[in-house]
Write a protein that binds this ligand. Structure first.
Ligand SMILES: [Zn+2]
Length: 87
């Protein structure tokens, strides 16, 4: 069994969605955050999942928008997340 203060990468990945949704207990959330702060690959994964959730939210907001506008919102989300080179 994992102790809450020392989770490994697979445990962190398993909790990622719940973490982003704020569904974890404070104890587990702290453990996940501690892991993400000290583990570059998991931190990158978090960034990817955050972009994906941001896209889903944007898409939900744009549900009644015309198709070309939805595409623009999607591109904006990707752009905001640094998908494009700042230079
Ligand atoms: Zn990790």
């Amino acid at each position: 069994m994992n102790t809450p203060n020392s989770i490994d990468c697979s445990a962190a990945a398993e909790q990622l969605y719940a973490y982003l949704d704020g569904e974890l207990t404070p104890e587990v959330e702290a453990a996940v955050r501690t892991h993400l702060e000290s583990c570059a690959p998991c931190f990158q994964l978090l960034g990817f999942e955050e972009s994906y959730l941001a896209f889903l939210r944007a898409r939900a907001q744009a549900r009644h928008a015309p198709e070309h506008l939805k595409k623009r919102i999607f591109e904006q989300v990707l752009f905001d997340r640094g998908a494009a080179d700042p230079e």
